[in-house]
Design a protein around this ligand. Structure first.
Ligand code: IMP
Ligand code: MG
Length: 177
């Protein structure tokens, strides 16, 4: 099978939308400090760009969670593979994700974070595929709603490839010629 990438959302569109999200978050958190938690590895490009656009003070931490194997389908079981470096008690946390699919990852993490005593927890995702949702999850900040397609780029991978693409694309498979 040959893989090709079809552009879905351009680099300019992504950057513009991140600027808008940064503005919105800055307004909502006026007078506060936002603790951004990046879900590695997919959300790292998004979170760094977003952090640059937020005008209130921020701090950052990183977590690795797995719910996927090496393919394009979720296994359904969420595991923390690398935990946060610091406690989040009393902090205003925004969990930053690349994409929400079934919703299991964020649903699970919201519970974990609340149990750890953060002052507030909200969620922010660059992309959302609501058609595939199996959890009753409300996402607070969403970049783009997309149809049920497997996407890569801007941090997102297919088998660890394509994270470095500056735009968001759809993976298409065709017979080798
Ligand atoms: P959920 O728990 O099913 O919502 O899965 C969310 C996670 O699955 C995301 O953080 C991604 O790592 C991965 N994922 C879901 N859909 C895609 C996709 O289209 N491309 C790349 N990764 C995806
Ligand atoms: Mg992810």
């Amino acid at each position: 099978m040959r893989e090709t990438i079809r552009e879905l959302i351009s680099e300019e569109q992504v950057n513009e939308r991140i600027r808008e999200l940064g503005e919105k978050i800055s307004k909502d958190y006026e007078g506060k400090t936002v603790h951004l938690v990046c879900i590695l590895k997919g959300a790292c490009f998004f979170m760094c760009e977003l952090a640059k656009r937020i005008t209130v003070p921020i701090s950052m931490d990183f977590m690795t969670v797995s719910s996927y194997g090496s393919g394009t389908k979720s296994s359904g079981i969420v595991r923390i593979r690398k935990d946060l470096d610091d406690p989040i008690k009393d902090l205003d946390v925004i969990i930053v994700e690349d994409i929400v699919d079934s919703g299991r990852t964020l649903y699970y993490l919201q519970d974990v974070f609340k149990e750890r005593g953060c002052h507030s927890v909200r969620t922010c995702t660059l992309l959302d595929k609501p058609e595939r949702r199996v959890c009753d999850l409300t996402v607070d900040y969403t970049g783009f709603v997309i149809p049920d397609q497997f996407v890569v780029g801007y941090g997102m991978d297919y088998d660890q490839k394509y994270r470095d693409l500056p735009f968001i694309g759809v993976v298409e498979f065709s017979e080798e010629d």
